[in-house]
Design a protein around this ligand. Structure first.
Ligand SMILES: [Zn+2]
Length: 127
């Protein structure tokens, strides 16, 4: 169970995940949607199609950046589950709530994130 004060982040992250997948589906011209519609139209209609069994097929359709974005969301949910959410993965400091509200996938405090992006110019920004 997640801590009660993290519930809002769980909702936010799950919404981000749903939005991202919907966006990916739209970009693919509904190609993924048609495949899944053939499998389970009820999930598609309800919009709850992230739960269908073909998530593996979806993963194969993602490009690198989309995969990274989904992974960042899943990792944030994982950190909520194991109690390390909101702590900088580099220095262990608490990440300010304002930063988490703006970017619940943030895994570093602003100082460490700035340093990380400077040291890794090709890294996915703002995660
Ligand atoms: Zn830090």
């Amino acid at each position: 169970m997640s801590q009660p004060n993290f519930d809002i982040y769980v909702q936010q992250l799950q919404q981000m995940r749903a939005d991202l997948i919907a966006q990916i589906r739209a970009q693919r011209g509904g190609k993924i949607g048609r495949a899944e519609a053939a499998m389970d139209p009820h999930d598609i209609q309800s919009g709850d199609w992230t739960q269908v069994d073909s998530e593996r097929d979806l993963a194969q359709a993602l490009d690198e950046r989309e995969t990274a974005a989904l992974r960042a969301i899943d990792e944030a949910l994982q950190r909520i589950a194991n109690g390390t959410f909101g702590l900088c993965t580099d220095c262990g400091a608490e990440i300010p709530a304002a930063r988490l509200h703006a970017a619940p996938t943030a895994q570093r405090c602003i100082d460490c994130q700035t340093r990380y992006e400077r040291d890794h110019p090709g890294a996915t920004p703002s995660l």
